[in-house]
Design a protein around this ligand. Structure first.
Ligand SMILES: N[C@@H](CCC(=O)N[C@@H](CS)C(=O)NCC(=O)O)C(=O)O
Length: 213
């Protein structure tokens, strides 16, 4: 049995849904509503004591942290690979994935935005400005790294889909939801749009999920 605790608009859940789709793995959805705070319910905290989505259940294994889940899936289900076997290529795609996973996403997570509003009296406009600032900063780094390394092709690493691409698509989707100006990142956005158009990726996009509203 394979199940994913997921929320349709959660970009980290979307990363895992893409990896499962690309690898052709079936899974059962376990919907966790973030607006309803179900991620902090006793039931869900019993599955993942950090109280964040996603969590993957793969047989007897319960795994959290999306980047860890992506690597786990690649180790257990190696085809098609999403983590290159070559150490330098692996370092490159991890580097890009971590720009998103470590340097962008945590700053704009729901609980951070809520804290800015409740503790620091951020208005809606302040919060949007904060969000857009960190998207801009992050995608500037992403775009510059693509250019600096010169390893990209149709995807971040030539024509091989990797964890870098898998992290990129949901982050771009979220940035668009917040009306961020992405015009300064043409390579990054072209890659993201190419991946988002893949049928396997479209099949797990937020709006296709049964918990979407
Ligand atoms: N580093 C974690 C982050 C997980 C995470 O923050 N998930 C978000 C949804 S994208 C969440 O559960 N947010 C709930 C909250 O902020 O209260 C991962 O990559 O899995």
């Amino acid at each position: 049995m394979r199940a994913l605790y997921t929320f349709f608009r959660s970009s980290t859940s979307y990363r895992v849904r893409i990896a499962l789709a690309v690898k052709g793995l079936d899974w059962e959805p376990r919907y966790v509503s973030l607006p309803k705070m179900e991620h902090r319910s006793a039931d869900y905290m019993g599955v993942n004591p950090q109280g964040l989505v996603p969590t993957l259940v793969d047989g007897e294994h319960v795994i959290a942290q999306s980047l860890t889940i992506l690597e786990y899936l690649d180790e257990i289900y190696p085809e098609p690979p999403i983590v290159p076997r070559d150490p330098a290529e692996r370092a490159y795609v991890r580097r890009l994935a971590q720009i998103i996973g470590c340097d962008m996403h945590p700053l704009n997570n729901i609980r951070v935005l809520k804290w800015l509003k409740s503790r620091w009296d951020f208005s809606e406009d302040d919060t949007n400005e904060w969000y857009r600032h960190w998207v801009d900063e992050g995608f500037r780094s992403f775009e510059a790294t693509l250019a600096f390394e010169g390893r990209h092709g149709i995807y971040c690493l030539g024509d091989r889909l990797s964890i870098a691409d898998i992290c990129l698509v949901p982050q771009v989707a979220n940035a668009r939801r917040f009306n961020c100006d992405l015009s300064a990142f043409p390579m990054t956005i072209a890659i993201a749009d190419r991946i988002a158009a893949l049928p396997a990726v479209q099949a797990v996009a937020p709006q296709t999920q049964a918990d979407a509203f």
